[in-house]
Design a protein around this ligand. Structure first.
Ligand code: MN
Length: 752
């Protein structure tokens, strides 16, 4: 669209002919068909909508968008028409809302300005369109995307008028319906926003059918494999299930009539794919497969009864249902005496229907049903009769309150945010807004190595959502990550224990192998030099003498220890040189040998070998060291049962000693915590550990359930004292009830 083509819209009456010039005959028919559907939806609401203004808005939008087509090739106007229809179906049929829905994209996409709109349709419509334009721009800037909670807040701030949120949800629904036409990276971003932002918003507003459709469409693009797998499963069983449902409904009708009910409808359905998927994810720990999900059938009894007696009728029908079908006791929900915050009311129960199949039964009145389908708009309409300005105002106040306090209703927003749609994957963003998919639990390092090996090697941390974090920081879904590097940085051995991706692990292993080789060469040179200085011939027999004396497995280990600087070579007591031959008369005690090895061990050698899962020996502890036949060291706390056992069997080969802290090794310890749930637990604990105690925290996982939380913290410590201090400090945190070192956790040792 160029500015030359700006249509002269203001002050002139746009005729339909003018508006649809650019459309083919068939497309014009389609526009009329869709417009009729819009009018029908408006009419159904019984509201006094100004149809003439709606018609004018359609013509203006049509003309303004005349140069645009959707990605699918369809005329653009189909989209605003569709959005307006969805808005009307929701029940938001005041003239302003419908007109704003029709015009929602004109400012962003065409030459029409807000002033033009204001002049043609008044300031309120212009304000709504302004809000919609801003929200739309927000969604397109990838920078905002990473933090959905922030996005939500900004959206609500921009949407001074709550109608903006509703129209935006309708806009998103229509866009999701035609998402296939977009390239993949856009689809995934839009689907993610939908899953984490718009579907929960729709849910909060009580727009259940829209929420379900949004979730299904999002799942299709985010996890197509699972989506189609479930879809296939549903198709395969559909015929069988429909038979069961039909039989059940026939029986229900008979029982209801017998009980004196004549005015009711029964809807039957197979649950949505996203709902089946959510169940699969929730029951994943129990190892449940598709065929074991029996919660897929549902019927809804909608009673046409006057509002005065609706409660009594619903409870009575529940009684009738329970009388004839066995029900599952803990699945009965009474949303009638305890309506949800968004006004939802209904009775839910799950009964065992024909062929032993579980069927969810919802029972509600016509009024309750409309609230459930259209959200609280309907709720207020029923309360006040018509959709007057006063009703709208009260409704908006309520909506604003619901949207502004997600924590008020445990079912809603935040809960949905937590539900992990991606199974074992997270999606994070580069600063440019590109999406990187990583396994769950992936760290900044995994991200860095994913982008480039050098970025990983020199990573000193990252800015995650603009906050600086450690390289070992675990990323969350939707994070925006900017890796920070320093040329002086080199890979740390402990990184190997925290990275989650094969690509990072391989790169690190490669680095350490190379580094080890270099150290071995360096050590070899040092040994050569030492030999030369003391007139010892550099021959295998002399090397063997030294290796044996120090208790190393082979000469490479000797070189390595020397290369790393853990072992300085000097002539010692009882050493002499004769004709270039090194003679050692006084061997080291086993204890001395083990000490040397303990200090010169590196992460690769420590991995899984030296430390026992049964106890948690740390520098600073009294320990026993045992050298196994394969040469590996076993170290136990002196009070460990295994230590006593070893002492009994191998007394002579066991060294009892105090492990002097030398700060060279650090260990990952898992600490279990339990307490009373409160906001910001994770933040508090991270702050105490990272900031106050300046310790290196590797991970934290907290789960809460009914006001209690439990979880664990993984932290690196280098000695006993440090661990004791940490536990003492955590025990002082008021809402923590229990703090303990998790037993049986594998400890990792690494070089500092
Ligand atoms: Mn749009």
């Amino acid at each position: 669209v160029t500015s030359k083509t700006k249509p002269n819209l203001i002050g002139t009456k746009i005729t339909l002919k003018e508006a649809e010039e650019h459309l083919s005959e068939e497309e014009r028919r389609e526009v009329r068909k869709r417009y009729r559907a819009l009018l029908k939806a408006i009419k159904k609401s019984g509201n006094n909508t100004d149809i003439r203004t709606v018609g004018k808005a359609l013509r203006v939008a049509m003309k303004a968008h005349r140069h645009q087509r959707r990605k699918s090739g369809e005329p653009y106007i189909y989209h605003p028409l569709q959005v307006a229809t969805i808005v009307a179906e929701i029940g938001l049929t005041d003239t302003t809302s419908i007109v704003a829905a029709l015009l929602h994209d004109v400012v962003e996409d065409t030459d029409l300005t807000l002033e033009d709109i204001s002049q043609m349709f008044g300031t309120t419509v212009a304000e709504l369109v302004d809000g919609l334009t801003k929200v739309s721009k927000l969604s397109h800037s990838a920078v905002i995307m990473p933090h959905l909670e922030t996005y939500r807040k900004i959206l609500l701030a921009l949407a001074k008028d709550v109608r903006v949120v509703i129209i935006k949800i309708a806009d998103r629904l229509d866009n999701m319906r035609s998402l296939d036409a977009l390239p993949e990276h856009k689809r995934v971003r839009i689907a993610m926003e939908t899953r984490y932002l718009y579907a929960p918003l729709a849910h909060r507003l009580g727009l259940y059918s829209i929420k379900t459709e949004l979730e299904d469409l999002a799942l299709k693009h985010l996890n197509p494999k699972q989506y189609y797998e479930i879809e296939k499963w549903v198709k395969k069983n559909k015929e069988k299930w429909e038979k069961i449902l039909n039989r059940f409904v026939r029986q229900l009708r008979i029982y209801l009539r017998k009980a004196g009910y004549n005015n009711f409808t029964i809807e039957k359905r197979i649950k949505a794919i996203s709902s089946i998927y959510d169940k699969l994810v929730r029951k994943k720990d129990e190892g449940i497969t598709l065929n074991e999900i029996y919660d897929v059938l549902a019927v809804r009894i909608v009673l046409d009864v006057p509002p005065e007696t609706e409660d009594v009728a619903c409870y009575d029908v529940l009684r009738v249902v329970h009388k004839h079908f066995p029900h599952i006791p803990d699945r009965v929900r009474d949303w009638i005496s305890h309506p949800k915050a968004n006004g939802y009311q209904s009775l839910h129960t799950t009964v065992i229907g024909p062929e032993g199949k579980h069927i969810e039964v919802q029972i509600r009145s016509v009024r309750m049903h409309e609230v459930a389908e259209k959200g609280i708009a309907a709720h207020w309409k029923y309360k006040q009769g018509v959709l007057s300005d006063k009703v709208l105002e009260e409704w908006f106040a309520r909506v604003r309150e619901i949207l502004a306090h997600p924590e008020k209703d445990p079912h809603l927003f935040l809960e949905d945010m937590k539900l992990n749609l991606f199974d074992n994957e997270i999606h994070v963003f580069t600063p440019k807004g590109e999406i990187i998919t990583l396994p769950k639990g992936a760290t900044v390092l995994d991200f860095a190595f994913h982008i480039h090996t050098q970025l990983g090697y020199h990573c000193i941390g990252a800015k995650v959502n603009n906050k600086v974090v450690e390289p070992t920081h675990v990323l969350n879904d939707g994070d925006q990550v900017e890796v920070l590097t320093a040329q002086s940085q080199t890979p740390q051995p402990e990184w190997l224990t925290v990275v989650k991706t094969a690509i990072a692990r391989r790169a690190l292993r490669r680095y350490f192998r190379r580094a080890k080789k270099e150290l071995i060469n360096k050590g070899k040179e040092k040994v050569k030099k030492f030999f030369a200085e003391n007139n010892i011939k550099f021959v295998p027999s002399n090397l063997k003498t030294l290796v044996k004396y120090l208790g190393f497995k082979d000469v490479k280990e000797l070189y390595y220890a020397v290369g790393r600087g853990d072992l300085s070579l000097k002539m010692r007591d009882g050493w002499k040189v004769e004709d270039g031959k090194l003679i050692i008369e006084k061997p080291l005690t086993l204890e001395e040998q083990l000490r040397i090895q303990l200090h010169s061990s590196t992460i690769q050698e420590f991995e899984g070998k030296s430390f026992q899962k049964c106890c948690t020996p740390l520098p600073g502890d009294n320990i026993v060291i045992f050298q196994r036949e394969d040469g590996a060291l076993e170290i136990h706390h002196s009070s460990c049962e295994k230590a006593a056992e070893l002492l009994a069997h191998y007394g002579a080969q066991i060294i009892k000693t105090k492990w002097e802290p030398d700060g060279k090794i650090s260990f990952m310890i898992r600490i279990r915590v339990k307490g009373t749930d409160r906001k910001g637990v994770v933040y508090d604990l991270s702050r105490i550990i990272s900031k106050e105690l300046d310790m290196n925290m590797q991970g934290i996982s907290i789960e809460s359930d009914r006001g209690q939380f439990s979880g664990y913290i993984d932290v690196f410590v280098s000695n006993r004292e440090q661990l004791d201090n940490l536990i003492k400090r955590l025990e002082k945190v008021p809402y923590l009830h229990s703090v303990e070192v998790a037993e049986g956790q594998l400890l990792w040792a690494s070089e500092n």
